[in-house]
Structures are given as structure tokens and as C-alpha cells.
Write a protein that binds this ligand. Sequence first.
Ligand code: NAP
Length: 327
Amino acid sequence: MKILLFGARGRLGQELLRTLAPLGETIASAREGDLPAGVSPANWRPADLCAPEEIRAVVAAARPDVIVNAAAYTAVEAAEREPQLARAVNAIAPGVLADAAVEIGAGLVHYSTDYVFDGRGDRPWREEDPVGPLNEYGRSKLAGEQAIRHSGAGHLILRTSWLYAVAGQSFAKKMLELATHEREITMVSDQIGAPTSVRFLAEATAQLLAQSAGDTSALFASRGGTLHVACAGETSWFAFAEEIFLQVKQLGLPLASPLLRSVRSDDRPGALPRPLNSRLDTTRLRDRFGVAPPFWDVEFRALFPSLFARYELEMREANNSAQASLR
Ligand SMILES: NC(=O)c1ccc[n+]([C@@H]2O[C@H](COP(=O)([O-])OP(=O)(O)OC[C@H]3O[C@@H](n4cnc5c(N)ncnc54)[C@H](OP(=O)(O)O)[C@@H]3O)[C@@H](O)[C@H]2O)c1
């Protein structure tokens, strides 16, 4: 299988480079710049997703069997200030990718988010439930979904929630950073969802594609569409923060635990509206593809030692470069 991966420098993209490798050849794309880790110059096609002609040229040159789009504008708060950029990357580019996929008969795997929902109710959202995004990021991601469906391309839109990786920015890393200089951290306790690791999401993506036995058109025609892919179980941001510092304590890691205080979203006037209920129902993932997500806390505990080691390394590197600039 020939795979064209967009967003190869992102958190999910980096993990996909690893999990997609056994399926065949992966051509990697990201914005112009350093080669993404693990990519050879022969398999590298830079493109800016804000430039439709660059997208079309890369797809036409690579002629993949399947396009996997892990690129996105993911700065949720900043999207309110630059909605046009968010829409260019999250709404227009997926439509251009989908049209380009139709032209060469390729399938498209794309990622979306729990933020397409308005967060009402307390049962997990099913794929066919009505959408109603609360902020610009959610609106731009929903428009991307709609453009793909409208294109007629064979596709899988994988909606996920509360994504984190060992490397790069994440809620867990933010908590660790805050704990180095704050004695008290306040966190909302009424936004409920499931932290999902890029490891699981990237492995699930590879498992889904592997079921095509090389014919993604047939797979997407029979079992394609929208699919929720998130870890099992649920928690709140407050309880997730508690779990992070419980791990710090149980592993005897060198970081003082702060005092955690819970607040309700209503108690934060002016905060960006986010869905209260971000639970995603993953029954379709199990029924159609036989993929059973791990529980979020089991997955998080398995990854936390590596995440903490990475955090310490990044802190040391930041300190070293700060000292070097003082010299
Ligand atoms: N993070 C979450 O909690 C969450 C939750 C639900 C769903 N999702 C979805 O999951 C997917 C993967 O997210 P992630 O966390 O891996 O995101 P990420 O780490 O922010 O990576 C996104 C990548 O997109 C690239 N990108 C942005 N604008 C681009 C442009 N104009 N041209 C080319 N590349 C561009 C970025 O490139 P640079 O490295 O050059 O900036 C970055 O590498 C996204 O579709 C996201 O919407 C995320």
C-alpha cells in the first residue's frame, strides 16, 4: 500500500510514521522545513495546506492508494482570533485533499474532534448524533468533515478526544510545568471525556487500514464513513490532573504535588466555551472493525514514565539554552 501522510511533523503524524510503516511505503508531507524524524529525503514532499495548488501537486506526484491527513490547525483558543487560518487548514484543505483523492481514486483518512458537538447531555455521542460546535476550532473541523463527505471520496473520518502524546505539548505536560512554580492549580470538573493517546489512535488507524488488504476503496465503500476512536472510560480535567500527580507520587518522581482545586465551567466567566460532555461512543469501532480501545487510565499509566522522562529532558534542554544565552 502506498500511503501519503500529511502532518508528518505533528504529534499524531510522528506516531503514524511508526505504525503505518509495516503497511507499505509512506510518503511524508509537512510544511517546508527540517525533515520530520524518521523520513528519508526520497519519501519527503513538503506542502503548505494553505496553498491548494501545493496539495494537488503533492497528491498528483505521489499517486498514493490512501491519503492520511494528520495535519490540522489545533490552537483552540487562537482560532477565535484567526478564524480564517483555522478554516483554511481545517475546512478548505481537507476538501482539496478529498477532491484530489477522487481524481486519482485514492481513499482519505482524516481526523476530527469531539468539539463538533455542543456537549449537552451525559451519554456518549454517537457518530450520527446532531452536531453543534461551540467555538471556531469546532466549526472549522466540522466544515472539514462536511467538505470530505460532499466530495464523494471514499473516506474514514476518525473523531477523537483529549489527545496527548509522550512528546510535544499536552495537558499532562502543562500540569507538570505548572507544578514547578504554582502551589495551587484550579481545574474544571464538569467537562467530561476520555484522554486518548496518539499511540492508540495511530495503532487503531493502522489496524483499520490493514483490514483493507490493499483495497482501501472497497473498505471505505463497505465500512467507511465517520468513526469515533477514543480511549474507553471517562474522567474530568480535574480528575485527570489528580491522576497525573498520583502517578508522580507513586513513581517517586522529583516534583512537589500542588493543591488541586475544582471549579465549574460556569465559574470561569470569559473562558472559551468548550463541550461539557465530550464522551465519544466507540461501539461502531468495535462492531465494524473489531478494535477495542484501552481504558484511558491504563493507557495513561503505561505512557506516563516516558512522558515524564521526556518532560525532564525538555526542561534540562531549556535551562541549558537559557544559561548559554546568559554567557
Ligand atoms: N489535540 C487534541 O486534543 C485533539 C482532540 C481531538 C482531535 N484532534 C485532531 O487530531 C488530529 C491530530 O492532532 P495533533 O494533536 O497531532 O496536532 P498537532 O500536534 O498540532 O499537529 C498538527 C500538524 O499540522 C501541521 N499544520 C498546521 N498547519 C499546517 C499547514 N498550513 N500546512 C501544513 N501543515 C500544517 C502542523 O505543522 P507544524 O509542525 O509545521 O506547525 C503540525 O505538525 C487533528 O486533526 C486534530 O484536530 C486533536
